[in-house]
Design a protein around this ligand. Structure first.
Ligand code: ATP
Ligand code: MG
Length: 292
């Protein structure tokens, strides 16, 4: 008990000090303050006793997972997230379980939810938004290179690390698309073009998601918001994209958003091109860290 919220410099120096692939139990951790609660359980600050490494321990109740039939989804989330290593993707070091609970050992994001930051200041400056969008683009390029599509990019799924770096945290809706190699070695001669190309195509959903996010960063509201669900649906289908006059947003930013929110997924601005867009080049912090 009583772990300080701030990690000591020697503790955060390395993200690899915690043994990967070990058989963990609850006894390996000192449990600290609650960090938050989710749909299926609670998240606590914790310290791994042997390494002194500070982590976030997510505790999920098996009964609730079963009831909501999300065991399969959780298994996929763990499988995918534990294999990703990127500064802008929250590390999942490992997991263990007992009779009643499943425990996920997660990298600790000291500055918490980005969602709350956005609520606090209503909308972000262009420098801040561009820095975040660029780091997310790099993280998504990394994911897509591993055939992982996130599919659920939104402020609620983003956490902020101790240095102000953004961390994609929730892989609950992500998928691992079949790889080219698998495609090539099967009997897939009858595969239609849209399936042959599905890898590239599906990954483009994340460009759309990042476009929506960029808009919300700059305006404080998502682009297709409406009172009725059916109206939001219609606005998305028509790509009814409007830029309010307030807050004032540069035309370069609007240009980038317009190139990402394109109905034909193959026509969306590829992420590596996004990184070369003038708005990103002129506004994003080269370090990828927004310090305010
Ligand atoms: P929901 O599905 O409702 O979003 P969840 O099961 O995904 O819930 P999380 O969102 O992962 O739960 O966690 C709940 C809260 O705990 C988060 O909103 C955040 O405030 C906090 N939290 C989760 N993981 C971490 C972490 N690694 N570092 C710091 N805080 C965290
Ligand atoms: Mg969540």
């Amino acid at each position: 008990m009583g772990i300080a919220a701030e990690t000591q410099p020697e503790e955060k120096a390395s993200s690899e000090v915690i043994a990967v692939g070990k058989r963990w139990t609850l006894n390996d951790f000192d449990i600290g303050k609650p960090l938050g609660r989710g749909k299926f359980g609670h998240v606590y600050l914790a310290r791994e006793k042997e390494s002194n490494h500070i982590v976030a321990l997510k505790v999920l109740f098996k009964s609730q997972l079963k009831q909501s039939q999300v065991e399969h989804q959780l298994r996929r989330e763990v499988e995918i997230q534990s294999h990703l290593r990127h500064p802008n993707i929250l590390r999942l070091y490992g997991y263990f379980y007992d009779q009643k609970r499943v425990y996920l050992i997660l990298e600790y994001a000291a500055k918490g939810e980005l969602y709350k930051e956005l609520q606090k200041c209503t909308y972000f400056s262009e420098r801040r938004a561009a820095t975040y969008v660029a780091s997310l683009a790099r993280a998504l390029i990394y994911c897509h290179g591993k055939h992982v599509i996130h599919r659920d990019i939104k402020p609620e799924n983003l956490l902020v690390g101790a240095q102000g770096e953004l961390k994609i945290a929730d892989f609950g809706w992500s998928v691992h698309t079949f790889s080219r190699r698998q495609t090539m070695c099967g009997t897939l001669d009858y595969l239609p073009p849209e399936m042959v190309e599905s890898l590239e195509h599906d990954a483009n959903v994340d460009i759309w998601g990042l476009g929506v996010l960029c808009y919300e960063f700059l305006y404080g509201v998502p682009p297709f918001e409406a009172k009725e669900l059916s109206d939001t649906y219609r606005r998305i289908m028509q790509v009814d994209l409007k830029f309010p006059t307030k807050p004032i947003v540069s035309s370069a930013a609007k240009d980038l958003i317009s190139q990402m929110l394109v109905k034909d997924s193959s026509q969306r601005l590829p992420l590596h091109k996004l990184l070369e867009h003038p708005w990103i080049v002129q506004n994003a912090e080269p370090s990828g860290i927004y310090k305010g």
